[in-house]
Design a protein around this ligand. Sequence first.
Ligand code: O2Y
Ligand code: MN
Length: 597
Amino acid sequence: MSAHKKLDAWVKEVTELCQPDKVVWANGSQEEYDSLMQLLVDAGLATPLKKRPGCFLFRSDPSDVARVENRTYIASKSEKDAGPTNNWIDPLELKKTLTGLYTGCMKGRTLYVVPFSMGPVGSPLSKIGIELTDSAYVVCNLRITTRIGDPVMKVLGSDGEFVPCLHSVGKPLAPGEKDEKWPCAEMENKYISHFPEERAIWSYGSGYGGNALLGKKCFALRIASVQARDEGWMAEHMLILRITNPKGESYYVTGAFPSACGKTNLAMLVPTIPGWKVETVGDDIAWMRFGKDGRLYAINPEAGFFGVATGTSYESNYNAMKTIDAGNSIFTNVGLTDDGDVWWEGIGTPAPAHLIDWKGNNWTPDSKDPAAHANSRFTTPASQCPVIADDWEDPNGVPISAILIGGRRPSTIPLVHQSFDWNHGVFLGSIMGSEITAATIDANIGKVRRDPFAMLPFIGYHVCDYLQHWFDIGANAPDPSKLPKLFYVNWFRKDESGKWLWPGYGENSRVLKWVIERCSGEGKAVTTEIGYMPTLDAIDRTGLDVSDADMAELLKIDKAQWLNEVASIREHYATYGPTLPKELTNQVDALEKRLKG
Ligand code: O2Y
Ligand code: MN
């Protein structure tokens, strides 16, 4: 029971529907976390890691290893409001199906009431959610990735607003029955459901990641994007970093990149150029709104990282490794070494002669399957990151100077170009994406999978309205001269023989340096058909083995390729239907004219 009547009524309603054995209100304390972990260890679902005190390993069910986009629904009242890029179901029909599934679904389990704050507790930019879940694993992960418990209840008071987030693993227990493995429902009964008008989330059947930690993709992106549209702010799939030049001047940059483009690595980058420093504010989500001074301010609504373990090493992301080395971390679906440590492909140490793989089987380097799942994860507190910015929890957010967008484009898109203005930047954001390079036979290989602002799976409403919202933000800026500048970056350009032209990782600091110089008015640029581009010598290559010829290739605009791009953009826009913002058509027309000019 709490002082909040509406919350109590909802908890009562869910308790009657789901019929848990007991209800526990999470206070967010360390003791509570420790006792939940002990419960999970005793149940055989978690393994304490001898080599990493305070850290635990979980193995999920092999059917429950990632976000499931085809089971993710936007149940707006009208199908039109979900648009062509979302799965839509009538909300009444979905609620009927889910009410059937939720009936008695928590029998034999505990229902945890988890108040959480997205953003620093009490910040004017933060929002509160309450997750009702029957998974102790979820409670422990939420304690790391968000701020939970009593401090949140204090801010909520007796009548504060919250987003109700209902979650069940969808596996009731018979009397006396215990979990023998990771509980979840079969695929056809998984539902990750969003009711945008009600600002409510109902998730059923999965205990994993974005399907179950409802503060992250479900709230902070899908529901928050709807709130942001209605309230005049932005909820974006973006990292936030702080970069400081040798003069000691700091700038804040956000970056939207599709999954698997190294967003976490960029957020924690170790610069290779002397005197420059990069610090982390967030690695996945940015909420942005105008401050009193007319600048756009961002907060990271999360408190921890839910990063991909596979491929993370001291070389690819030194600071992420140091963050997990500091303890207090949860590992999901990685290998367990015989001496009680974790191991995954790409960790940078030789494979041990024997370990237990993510499925719980004996594994040796001769095994045909990988030791860790490709989407294995670490959950770790942001506060432990050695390069966390000292103002990462500033309740007023940090002022953004530049917005990066990018994807994996082996051809056409240069290393970096800057938009002419805000609207041109929105156009660039609308066309960003990655080339399809799957090893399996795919008729779409070589085509571009466009992912506007990396938000395609996360926009809680119609993609056209979302892009119009970006234009509206620019049009309603209190002082347009203070809007962040937009840059399209592409670390993944290859030459004709298929060789990467840019070394990436820490060397990306050289591109960030040019971005910052453009913001301060120093960076050298030429005006081209596609935007402002660095001159051949504008990107600092001191000590870097990239030849003039390769730099020229990295910055080349191939008009034939760009005209193909124009045709592909038009084809893509056609899939968005008749409400495509007119400004996008104007922008693509203008690009074509400049290219043919
Ligand atoms: O597979 C999942 O459930 C996690 S997806 C994810 C996790 C952290 C950050 N970003 C993502 C994503 O899909 O963009
Ligand atoms: Mn993400």
